[in-house]
Design a protein around this ligand. Structure first.
Ligand SMILES: NC(=O)c1ccc[n+]([C@@H]2O[C@H](COP(=O)([O-])OP(=O)(O)OC[C@H]3O[C@@H](n4cnc5c(N)ncnc54)[C@H](OP(=O)(O)O)[C@@H]3O)[C@@H](O)[C@H]2O)c1
Length: 354
């Protein structure tokens, strides 16, 4: 499951206090809970007890969560994401540790939890409390807070992992343009800003003509419609992109692969346009194109922590931070439905204090 321990062991002299051996908290809290009624899935605010949460070493008072496409799938009853209901979605959470059976993370510390089983079959960040294994908790980077972390959320983490893989393959601005598909979405928009901040000429591919200006503000040098990636019969096309981040999968990814320069790479993380990939081997064997898979969920905790530390430092995306939208639990239903229609844009933070 999770990888390396990311917290320093507490010193013996403080360990007993920090270990918070009194796992007795039984607090009521609010959660946006999804229930199944006659095959329909409906979310609403409910009052739960921390005693009802799943087992785990760490109880966290969640101040903020972040909205992701996967949350919309969970909230709409997708059994590939969440097997049984009632359920509290929210694959992201950030907040304060209030009980810790292991002492690391320490009571009172701020942590980020994303992925693993959170919000899938473990109650997630759309509730004011979560209980999770210590091995899922990343310490909050210094100078950061829960709200900032949740502006990025799993989507930002994934964008960072996609860009990190391209860089590891040797991608550089001098090689040429880098394309981002699904560019107005949660992952795509962070990828656009991050790549632009790193000096790349970013071509944002988007189905939302009315978002061209905001994508340019994020740093895209060009915005093109999704028709740039509609199905063509030819197995290879003019190689116009040096590298790419693909957040949509399906036919657009197959078409993108045909347009990558020799030796270029495509980071692939999403499936909003479909999980199937119908391609030939020609981009791979004639142009040496690399298709790089990106998973943000089950990777070792230390790999997640490394990306969080970068976003809190050299990878900071000020425009994404400034343009994120905060919502309360009452607005979740509408915001999640927009994801399923492909109509969501930018980053949305759930603030439990609203
Ligand atoms: N691998 C991982 O660990 C990981 C982590 C996070 C997310 N993901 C996946 O990454 C994908 C994007 O997530 P997200 O949170 O960014 O979702 P999102 O906010 O809904 O963004 C997806 C974007 O894709 C475009 N799009 C939507 N439907 C499309 C279609 N049918 N054909 C082509 N483009 C379409 C839209 O952008 P435009 O209108 O600008 O084209 C939309 O805004 C999802 O499949 C999600 O499950 C994977």
């Amino acid at each position: 499951m999770a990888g390396a321990q990311c917290f320093p062991e507490p010193e013996d002299s403080v360990a007993d206090n920090k270990r918070g051996n009194t796992m007795t908290t039984n607090s009521e809290f609010k959660a946006w809970r999804v229930e199944e009624r006659d095959g329909e899935y409906q979310g609403s605010e409910q009052t739960l007890s921390t005693a009802d949460l799943s087992e785990g070493e760490v109880l966290i008072r969640v101040s903020h969560s972040s909205l992701n496409y996967k949350d919309a799938l969970s909230a709409s009853g997708n059994k590939g994401v969440t097997r049984s209901f009632p359920h509290t979605p929210g694959i992201d959470a950030a907040g304060e540790v209030v009980e810790s059976a292991t002492g690391a993370p320490a009571v009172g510390s701020q942590v980020i939890v994303t992925g693993y089983d959170l919000g899938m079959n473990t109650d997630g960040g759309f509730g004011e409390y979560i209980r999770v294994p210590a091995a899922w908790c990343v310490p909050m980077p210094s100078g950061w807070d829960a709200h900032t972390a949740m502006i990025y959320g799993t989507a930002g983490l994934t964008a960072g992992l996609c860009v990190g893989k391209l860089l590891k393959m040797g991608a550089s601005p001098e090689q040429g343009k880098v394309a981002v598909s699904g560019s107005s979405g949660a992952v795509g928009s962070v990828a656009v800003e991050l790549l632009a901040n790193l000096g790349f000429d970013v071509v944002a591919i988007s189905g939302k003509a009315d978002h061209a200006d905001s994508l340019k503000e994020l740093g895209a040098c060009e915005v093109v419609g999704r028709d740039a990636l509609t199905e063509e019969k030819k197995p290879l096309l003019k190689p116009v992109f040096a590298n790419a981040v693909d957040t949509v999968g399906g036919t657009p990814l197959a078409e993108l692969l045909k347009q990558i320069q020799p030796g270029g790479s495509v980071s692939c993380c999403g499936l909003v346009a479909g999980p199937q990939l119908s391609t030939t081997v020609l981009p791979f064997i004639l142009r040496g194109v690399n298709l790089l898979g990106v998973d943000s969920v089950e990777i070792p905790l230390a790999d997640k922590q490394a990306v969080w530390e970068k976003f809190a430092g050299e990878w900071k995306c000020p425009k994404t931070e400034a343009s994120a939208r905060d919502i309360g639990r009452a607005e979740l239903d509408e915001a999640l439905k927009a994801f399923l229609k492909g109509a969501s844009a930018g980053k949305i933070v759930l603030d439990h204090g609203r």
